[in-house]
Design a protein around this ligand. Sequence first.
Ligand SMILES: Cc1ncc(COP(=O)(O)O)c(C=O)c1O
Length: 369
Amino acid sequence: MSKSYQKWIEQKLEKLQAVDCYSAGLTPETVAKQLGVDLSQIVKLNFNENLFVDRSRQAELIKEVAGEIDLRMYPEDEEVKLREKLTGYMGVPKEYLTIGNAGDELIDRIIRIFIEKGEAAVSFTPSFAIPRLCVKRQEGEYITVPLKSDFQLDVEGMLSEFSDKTRLLYLCSPNNPTANQMSPQDIEALVKAFPGIVILDEAYGEFADYSFVPRIREFPNMIILRTFSKAFGLAMLRLGYSVSNPQLAKTLTEKSPLPYPVSGFTIRMGIKMLQNMDIMRTAVSALKAERGKFIKALNEIEGVQAFDSQADFLLINTQKPADEVYEKLLQQGIMLKKWGRILQYENCFRVTVGLPEMNAKLIEALKEI
Ligand SMILES: Cc1ncc(COP(=O)(O)O)c(C=O)c1O
């Protein structure tokens, strides 16, 4: 091995070590093993997954897709077929749509295209972590402005960060982890004033009160992200899409350097779910009904505050220290996403709206704690 190679690879690996990457933390398998219990005993409420989607109906669709596709072929027309099918759901022509390997990959793709070294992105905090990691990877700057105490946007604060080097504005609504939707007037004011590309992340759009998709023509610099991971319950397959003006949509589609970023099987499952919309609609309305009851029950527990939600998860704040609550819940096989301090709230957790029996276990455990 030459000396120059040795030096280069050491420096390269050292630099890569310093790059911040996503870490999912404990898996349910690990927790089950540590507790010495069966995996089915674990109450997994940490990833905003939608368990209200009928798994047996999905299994039927998987069989249908398996019988229809020929896995030996490349997925040449699949992406166009999904865009055509989505036009009915989103109410926009297919030229406005881009298909991606779920929301995360679309965020990554947009940031690779639009952020160069030394440029900056603006967002707010707390919010979804992936855009920051992608901007940092591009050696860009990620500027955040805290939300106001009611979890709404500090419009003035954000406007004051717009400059010649800010190329991207990332807005998440409903926001992960606060679960609220931002005021449409505030979003509009920011998008109109921003001198660059805006990502409006509506990953939880189906659980919310309103969407900006019907107004996409008013905002030529805005890319709205949507996903099949949440309302449609296809998180494992990795399928998402964006809605934007046709010029941006074409760029996003054509400038993915990979010819087939999404598997044909995955795309066909997306199409099947759109042909069977009752599965998603039934799941979303059941989840929303449970969400209301869950928030009410959590708020009845002394020392627990649960906030309103327009997503498939909610934010809670506990009087007891977050570390202590987290550990005690984990000992009972209950997994939440620990956030700790958020604005004026010291001990926050993000909690998936699970099935009623899962939520009941959390409520009992929190009462005891
Ligand atoms: C706000 C937000 N955007 C995007 C995503 C990415 O979802 P996916 O990559 O599964 O589409 C998530 C996932 O939790 C999210 O919370």
